[in-house]
Design a binder for this molecule. Structure first.
Ligand code: PHE
Length: 444
């Protein structure tokens, strides 16, 4: 191939782009509802365990496979393991990308609806925020229109190319979103009774725990870190030879976890403080499901001077955070079609766009279809992909290549203890833990 593959321009750009993929609705919308469902503090503890024991090692592995092959997800396996069936893992990743986008874009559409409802003042004319969200859910046409708009927006950035589109947008909005969350967190914890929400988040209470907590937390960890489908393989393929893979993975994981926990600190104290039924609040949180963010947050904004401005700003930044994630998802599919089937980038983007719009339309009509896509991607497809990645790098790949990638050809110094730990995590801990969690989760 004569065409030169793009690379990210700066060090900050690398972290920003990977973090841009990781930080998204997974942190701010999905994490709080999973935490509510999973019983609060214990869910968070298991979640953080998952990030440490397989999140970070698997992210390093995906980066490594991407940079060693400089190819799309399926191409990466084809190059590093020619004439084997490993390419199917890459293809599974592409399919997973479609499945995720099939419901994710719908939620992206909701963020736009709420952005415009904030701007127009509509959101603060309503008194029942729960009913406001139900109205939206009962209006598939509206959801479809905004889902399509968001998908087209994503496609637009994909066509712009790697450096300009992805990097630029990620660098500006990430710090802004973080700051805004910080402000909101401060407001939330200073509400009366906020402390109960903090307790729910940080004080383990066994009476709330569900038997599926491991599977749920693992799925959320994969989802939130964009792991298990080759997103980070694709981004790793744009890294240059000096990008430190381990450091980048650690930085991205810390950022991602911070944003998720911060979102929890915004949502839970608000929910506990502002509820009119304190007796049933935990059940209400669980029942709130996907609506949690879209119901509780407007209530919090209502407590703040200049509610419309905060609200508009928040939903705008949330939409942008979601956009850097949808860009990474669509990039996986597009570059796969482009490189594996030699379809032009333009046509590949078009194909991806049409596929996503079809799935998104079904998700808008049916919340059970939406849930099937959500559950099957996060709790099955991503962990399966992660399992294979760990086996691939831990057992199949030449360990010299792994060493060269980790150390940037010997230029970075890690103790042998560190490298050994990494390999042990990949060879034994991650695959066995993922398998065990699957079996336990299915039995539970
Ligand atoms: N990590 C993204 C989020 O938290 C979602 C995502 C999953 C993106 C998988 C890419 C791949 O919102």
């Amino acid at each position: 191939m004569s065409e030169k593959r793009a690379t990210f321009a700066s060090k900050i750009g690398v972290v920003a782009a990977a973090a841009g993929s990781a930080v998204g609705l997974g942190n701010i919308w999905r994490f709080p509802s999973q935490t509510a469902d999973g019983g609060g503090a214990i869910f968070i503890m298991v979640y953080i365990g998952c990030i440490l024991f397989f999140g970070i090692p698997l992210m390093v592995s995906e980066f490594l496979v991407g940079r060693a092959s400089r190819a799309n997800t399926a191409g990466a396996y084809r190059k590093l393991a020619p004439a084997t069936q490993w390419k199917w893992v890459g293809r599974l990743g592409v399919l997973t990308g479609f499945v995720i986008m099939g419901f994710y874009m719908v939620v992206c559409g909701w963020t736009l609806v709420y952005f415009f409802q904030s701007l127009s003042g509509h959101l603060y004319g309503v008194t029942d925020f729960s009913a406001n969200f139900t109205d939206l859910q009962n209006n598939p046409a509206k959801q479809i229109v905004w889902m399509i708009i968001f998908t087209l927006l994503t496609a637009f950035f994909i066509l712009f190319g790697v450096k300009k589109g992805i990097e630029r947008s990620a660098k500006i909005m990430m710090p802004l979103l973080f700051l805004l969350l910080l402000v909101l967190a401060i407001r939330a914890v200073t509400l009366d009774n906020a402390v109960q929400g903090l307790d729910f988040l940080f004080k383990p209470d066994l009476s709330h725990v569900k038997s599926t907590v491991f599977l749920d937390a693992m799925g959320q960890a994969f989802f939130s870190l964009s792991l298990g489908m080759g997103c980070m393989i694709t981004y790793g393929s744009y890294f240059n030879d000096n990008t430190p893979l381990v450091k980048t993975s650690v930085q991205v994981s810390i950022l991602d976890t911070l944003v998720a926990v911060l979102a929890g600190v915004v949502i839970f104290p608000s929910a506990f403080a502002l509820t009119t039924n304190p007796g049933t609040i935990v059940d209400d949180l669980v029942a709130g499901g996907p609506g949690l963010l879209f119901i509780t947050l407007p209530e919090l904004f209502n407590q703040m001077a200049g509610s419309m401005i905060w609200s508009a700003l928040f939903f705008c930044l949330l939409a942008l955070a979601a956009l850097t994630s949808t860009i990474s998802l669509m990039e996986v599919v597009t570059v796969y079609l482009h490189e594996e089937y030699r379809i032009s980038r333009r046509k590949s983007t078009l194909l991806a766009t049409v596929g996503v719009i079809i799935l998104g339309t079904f998700s808008s009509f049916s919340s059970s279809f939406f849930n099937i896509l959500d559950v099957s991607s996060a709790k099955i497809m991503l962990p399966v992909g992660g399992l294979f990645i760990s086996l691939f790098v831990g057992w199949y790949l030449d360990q010299k290549l792994v060493y060269v990638q980790l150390t940037n050809n010997g230029r970075l110094n890690f103790g042998t203890g560190f490298l050994k730990t990494y390999i042990i995590l990949l060879r034994y801990v991650a695959p066995l833990a993922i398998l065990a969690i699957f079996i336990y989760g299915l039995a539970g």
